[in-house]
Design a protein around this ligand. Structure first.
Ligand code: F0G
Length: 458
C-alpha cells in the first residue's frame, strides 16, 4: 500500500477553538442583526470568513519577527524581501504597502485616470472599487464557463480572448492604461488561469501595445493548478512556472495576506524605473517611506520567508488538497458547490441549496446564518448583499450567482475540522426544502453595505 499524504508540518503553538451552544448562537446572531461581521471571534467555532491574513506562520517566519530591521530607511528586511521577489518573480523594484488594496491605491494613483477602461478577468471588489473611485471602468472579460457552477473546466479564471480583443479594438491604447490578470481569480471562486491563456493574453496585449498587470494574491496556488491540470507543464517546477507567468508582465501587485503567508502586508513589484519613481511619490504620501511602505521590518522579513514557503510543492499539495477534500465530501452529499473547486475556498450555490427562497431575500446570507447557528461556522455571502445596488438607479442588482464562500485559512485547520463542516452542512441540507423565506434589510450604508448591513427575518 502506498504511504498516504500527510501535512508537511507539525504543531508547535496552538490557539483555542471556541464552543458555544445552538441557543447561544441563535441569540448572538439575532443581536448581531444577522450580519456575521458583527460576531466576536470567540463566538465562532470555525472561522471561514476569509483566507486573508488568517494563516499560520512557520518557525522560520517567527524568527524573522525577532530579527526584523526596523530602520526607517534602508532596512535590511526590505532588501531581504527585494532579493526574494527578484529571485522568485523576476522583478527588481519593489514598493511595500500595508495590504493589497493599499497597493492598488498607490499603483492606480499613478496609472488610472477618469474615463479609462481596465479590462481583466473578474476584478476583485477592492480592485474594482479603486478603479471606479477614479471614474474609470473595470470591464470583465472572464470566460463564460466561470459563471456556470456545475460546468467542468480546468481553468475557469481564463480570459475570453475574443472579448478582450473586441475591448482593445473599441477603446484602444489611449483609453486602456493596462489590463489586469488576477491569479487565481477570487471573484469567480478562486479559479486558476492557465499558463497558455496568460501567454496568449500577453501576446494579444502586445499586439495592441497595452501593458499587462497582474494581481498576484494567490499566484502560488495558480502555479500549482497549472502544474497539475496542464500535461505540458507537469514536469516544470513551481518556480519555473511562476517565472513564466510573470515574464513580460509590466507590474504585479500582491495582497501578501494570502500566498505571502503573513497576517498583514502587500507590495507592488516591477522593472520599469520611471514608473517606480512615480509610484514612490504615492507610497510616501499614502503608506510610508519607500523602504517600508506600510510594513514593519519584521513583517517584511516574515513575508520574504513566506513567499518561498508558499512555493514549496509539499505545502501547495497539502493546501489545495485540503480544500478539495472538503469539496469532494460536499459533492458526495449532493450539496451544490462550484466545481472544480478552486484554490482557497468552497463556494456553495445558495439558489440551488434553498430552491424556495427568492433571490430578493438573500438566500446565501440565509445559508451563512443557518450554518453559524447549526455549528458555529462563519462563512461569507458572495451574492446580492455584496453586489449592492446599482450606483446610478439605486435598484437592487441581482448577480448571476448567489454563493456562500467558505474560505480555508492556510495551515490552520485539520481534516477533522473539514469533516465537521461537511456534517454541519448536511444537517441543513437534509431539511433545506423547509426553508421558504430569508431576510429583509432594515438598515444599510450607501456603499459597501455588506460589512454593516442590518437584517430581519421574514
Ligand atoms: N486582490 C484579490 C484577488 C483579493 O482577494 C484581495 C482580498 C485583494 C486584492 C485586496 O487585498 O485585503 O490585502 O487589501 N481579498 C480578501 C478576501 C479580503 O477575503 O478574499 P487586501
Amino acid at each position: 500500500m502506498e504511504l498516504p499524504p500527510i501535512p508537511p508540518f507539525k504543531t508547535k503553538t496552538v490557539e483555542p477553538v471556541y464552543f458555544n451552544t445552538k441557543e447561544e448562537r441563535s441569540q448572538r446572531i439575532s443581536q448581531a442583526k444577522y450580519n456575521l461581521f458583527n460576531l466576536h471571534s470567540d463566538w465562532v467555532t470555525i472561522d471561514l470568513i476569509t483566507d486573508s491574513g488568517t494563516g499560520a506562520m512557520s518557525e522560520q517566519q517567527w524568527s524573522e519577527i525577532m530579527i526584523g530591521d526596523e530602520s526607517y530607511a534602508g532596512s535590511e528586511s526590505y532588501f531581504k524581501l527585494q532579493r526574494t521577489v527578484e529571485d522568485l518573480m523576476g522583478f527588481k523594484l519593489i514598493a511595500p504597502t500595508h495590504q493589497g488594496r493599499a497597493a492598488e491605491n498607490v499603483l492606480f494613483s499613478a496609472t488610472v485616470k477618469e474615463g479609462d477602461v481596465i479590462p481583466g478577468n473578474a476584478h476583485f471588489d477592492t480592485t474594482k472599487g479603486h478603479i471606479e473611485f477614479r471614474k474609470a471602468i473595470a470591464l470583465d472579460c472572464t470566460i463564460k464557463e466561470a459563471f456556470q457552477t456545475n460546468v467542468e473546466h480546468p481553468f475557469k479564471g481564463n480570459i475570453d480572448l475574443e472579448k478582450l480583443e473586441s475591448v482593445f479594438v473599441e477603446y484602444g491604447k489611449e483609453k486602456i492604461p493596462f489590463i489586469v490578470i488576477t491569479v487565481t481569480c477570487n471573484t469567480v471562486g478562486g479559479q486558476p488561469v492557465s499558463l497558455k491563456n496568460i501567454q496568449q493574453t500577453k501576446a494579444l496585449a502586445a499586439k495592441y501595445q497595452i501593458p499587462v498587470y497582474m494581481d498576484i494574491a494567490r499566484y502560488a496556488e495558480n502555479a500549482y493548478f497549472i502544474k497539475r491540470r496542464d500535461e505540458d507543464f507537469k514536469d516544470w517546477s513551481i518556480k519555473r512556472i511562476v517565472l513564466e507567468m510573470f515574464r513580460d508582465v509590466e507590474v504585479v501587485w500582491m495582497s501578501a495576506k494570502k500566498d505571502g503567508l503573513v497576517n498583514i502586508g502587500g507590495f507592488i513589484a516591477l522593472n520599469n524605473k520611471a514608473l517606480f519613481e512615480k509610484l514612490c511619490q504615492f507610497t510616501i504620501i499614502y503608506e510610508g517611506y519607500v523602504t517600508y511602505g506600510g510594513m514593519s521590518g519584521r513583517a517584511m522579513g516574515a513575508l520574504a520567508v513566506g513567499l518561498r514557503e508558499a512555493c514549496e510543492i509539499h505545502y501547495l499539495h497539502d493546501r489545495v488538497s485540503q480544500v478539495k477534500y472538503l469539496g469532494d465530501k460536499l459533492q458526495n452529499l449532493g450539496i451544490p458547490i462550484q466545481t472544480p473547486v478552486g484554490g482557497h475556498a468552497i463556494y456553495i450555490n445558495a439558489l440551488k441549496f434553498f430552491p424556495h427562497v427568492p433571490q430578493g431575500q438573500y438566500p446565501a446570507q440565509l445559508l451563512a446564518v443557518e450554518l453559524y447557528i447549526e455549528a458555529g461556522i462563519r462563512g461569507v455571502e458572495i451574492g446580492t448583499l455584496l453586489a449592492d445596488r446599482d450606483p446610478e438607479t439605486g435598484k437592487e442588482r441581482y448577480p448571476e450567482m448567489e454563493l456562500l464562500r467558505l474560505a480555508i485559512p492556510r495551515r490552520v485547520y485539520s481534516l477533522q475540522h473539514m469533516d465537521y463542516i461537511a456534517v454541519a452542512l448536511s444537517h441543513i441540507y437534509a431539511k433545506a426544502k423547509e426553508y421558504k423565506s430569508g431576510f429583509k434589510i432594515i438598515r444599510q450604508a450607501p456603499i459597501l453595505r455588506h460589512f454593516t448591513v442590518e437584517l430581519e427575518r421574514i
